[in-house]
Design a protein around this ligand. Structure first.
Ligand code: EPU
Length: 336
């Protein structure tokens, strides 16, 4: 376990914001986490993953905890089903890579999403028609109320689009490991976002082939985290009523990409709206709307401040509200 006072968080958030916390603790085992006396720490306490969905808007006065619990284990459940458990500190894509190498279906569409396993279960990350909740069988946590181990089944996690009970009860549970349900049964999911078109037709696929295709698609659209700071999608895709969708169609006089949701509402890609308003590539200080995927705000110069990013965020929200009557909400969590 390492403890560092007055810790610089700029390497612990993918936006690379310069912010400090009073104390940073990285623990290697659940036992180490349990040995910490929370009352003795600078308050408040916050737990982070890879910091790939965070925007630090200032210094954090309390303690930042980070899991370095990195085990992965397979449990064979018979003919098709395989359970795989992974520590919260495992890089999510390492888990996806390992499961695909083992020939298991379920996680392949989630390839290359930045972040760690614990945060994936908090955020219910998703891409190409699959969400983390679809493969999560259970979540093991430490309840900070009484510092005891608690296990939740998937249906107890209150999952929705980029939503969960862990997000709503913010700070209450520290996820220590996640149990995933994967399968040997042939089950590629290709119906979303050009995945099928990118694969050779009529071929028997493997999870590894689908993974490589998804990686190819993502690399074309999203900035390389090694080169450019960002937090992936900055906004959630808005869900609007059918009436509002019809009004937008009437006004724009072009095809509006959308996904119909159960109950009659409609999800419109925020990327399309931002593009339609001509905001691609727009800059504010060191921050910029990413040219290839305008749902992403990047730290273009490496020196962008939180104010630069917040300025761009507000300009986008205002422009979209004025043109479409739609309120965008950031997916990225603001801290500070
Ligand atoms: N579009 C444009 N102009 C552009 C880019 C996109 O008009 O420059 C339109 C296109 O019509 C496209 C649509 O926007 O079909 C949607 O774009 P895309 O599928 O690339 O992304 P998305 O639906 O906006 C979501 C997730 C991503 C995930 C992709 C792929 C959210 C907030 N984002 O984006 O997740 O990778 O689908 O499944 O739901 C993340 O959460 O960080 C993330 C990257």
């Amino acid at each position: 376990m390492t403890r560092t006072e007055n810790f610089d968080l700029s390497t612990r958030n993918t936006f690379r914001m310069k912010a400090k916390c009073a104390l940073y603790i990285e623990y290697d085992t659940l036992e180490e986490l349990k040995s910490i006396d929370p009352q003795s720490l600078p308050q408040p306490i916050m737990h982070i993953g890879a910091g790939s969905n965070l925007l630090f808007t200032g210094d954090f006065p309390g303690t930042v905890l980070h899991s370095n619990v990195k085990f992965m284990k397979f449990v064979d459940m018979g003919l098709d089903e395989v359970l795989m458990t992974a520590g919260a500190g495992v890089v999510f894509d390492d888990f996806v890579s390992r499961s695909c190498e083992a020939g298991l279906w379920g996680a392949e569409n989630l390839s290359l999403i930045p972040g760690e396993v614990g945060a994936a279960a908090v955020q219910n990350i998703g891409a190409y028609g699959v969400e983390a909740k679809d493969i999560i069988a259970g979540v093991v946590c430490l309840d900070t109320k009484d510092w005891t181990k608690t296990i939740f089944k998937t249906k107890e996690c209150g999952y929705g689009y980029r939503e969960s009970m862990f997000k709503r009860e913010k700070g209450r549970y520290i996820i220590t490991s996640v149990l995933f349900r994967l399968t040997r049964k042939y089950s590629p999911k290709l119906d979303y976002g050009g995945v099928r078109a990118a694969l050779p037709p009529g071929t028997v696929l493997t999870p590894q082939m689908v993974r490589e295709t998804i990686i190819g698609i993502r690399r074309q659209k999203l900035p390389d985290p090694a080169e450019t700071g960002s937090a992936g999608s900055f906004f959630k895709n808005p869900v609007v009523s059918r009436e509002l969708y019809s009004r937008i169609l009437e006004r724009e006089k072009v095809e509006v990409p959308h996904y119909d949701l159960p109950g009659g509402s409609v999800k419109i890609p925020a990327a399309w709206m931002i593009d339609r308003c001509g905001l691609k590539g727009m800059r504010n200080g060191g921050a910029q709307v990413y040219e290839k995927q305008p749902l992403v705000i990047i730290n273009a110069t490496g020196e962008a401040t939180a104010q630069d990013i917040l300025g761009l965020e507000n300009q986008i929200i205002t422009t979209i509200k004025e043109r479409f009557g739609v309120e965008l909400h950031p997916e990225v969590e603001h801290i500070g």
